[in-house]
Design a protein around this ligand. Structure first.
Ligand code: TMP
Length: 218
């Protein structure tokens, strides 16, 4: 299903890739350009989703199976689509979403090894076939990303790493390679940006890519 009028941008990448910082800069820029923008994220873009997010990221949820994890992300997405994304797109606005369905294929598929066809079916149910118009993949080496994520936790006084940040380097490497494979299969939609530079360097590239896509939309 294509919801006419709006423009749907998703931001993806491994832990510590900088997408949350870039997402705020992007929203500020698009609003200054006069667009109506909805800034949101997965998991946790709705009240129900916030509760699902707490379960998913809590290190105490260590007994959770891969299938349970997949279903919780899908449940969060179904609610998010119905409550936030579809209405915002139908109203003709731009939606900027920090993570979306590619994260499920990268983390639960490539990372955890769950079946790609099962993931595709659940994604289809949750999204009702709605796909992003543009996906930005912030790519950088895993060691650099995790280093940033851990530094961020220290500086914000976060008591502990999330369940995903505690995963081994090998898991994050699989996720990174998964994201790159997704991008290679859909170069039209997914634009890979080198996220190893400074915030300003990454922003300059992001701004150019988004400007071209938003202005060139059909
Ligand atoms: P965040 O730190 O970017 O907010 O994302 C929360 C965590 O959830 C992050 O470690 C990636 C993970 N995740 C998945 O494993 N599958 C998904 O479908 C999504 C949206 C996120």
């Amino acid at each position: 299903m294509k919801i006419t009028g709006g423009f749907f941008i998703t931001l993806e990448g491994i832990e510590g890739c900088g997408k949350t910082t870039q997402s705020s800069m992007l929203v500020e820029y698009l609003e200054a350009e006069g667009y109506h923008v909805t800034k949101t994220r997965e998991p946790g873009g709705t009240a129900v989703g916030g509760r699902i997010r707490a379960i998913l990221l809590d290190p105490e949820s260590r007994g959770i199976t891969g299938t349970t994890e997949l279903m919780l992300y899908s449940a969060d997405r179904a609610q998010h689509m119905a409550e936030v994304i579809e209405p915002a797109l139908a109203a003709g606005g731009i939606v900027v979403c920090d993570r979306f369905a590619d994260a499920t294929l990268a983390y639960q598929g490539y990372g955890r090894g769950l079946d790609a066809d099962v993931i595709a079916s659940l994604t289809d149910i949750a999204t009702r076939g709605c796909k992003p118009d543009l996906t930005i993949l912030f790519d950088l080496p895993v060691e650099q990303g995790l280093g940033r994520a851990i530094g961020r936790n220290d500086s914000t006084g976060a008591a502990h790493e999330s369940r995903f940040e505690q995963e081994a380097l090998a898991f994050h490497e699989k996720v990174r390679q998964g994201y790159l494979a997704i991008a290679a299969c859909d170069r039209e939609r997914v634009k890979v940006i080198d996220a190893s530079g400074t915030i300003e360097e990454v922003w300059a590239v992001l701004r150019e890519v988004v400007e071209a896509a938003v202005k060139g939309r059909g």
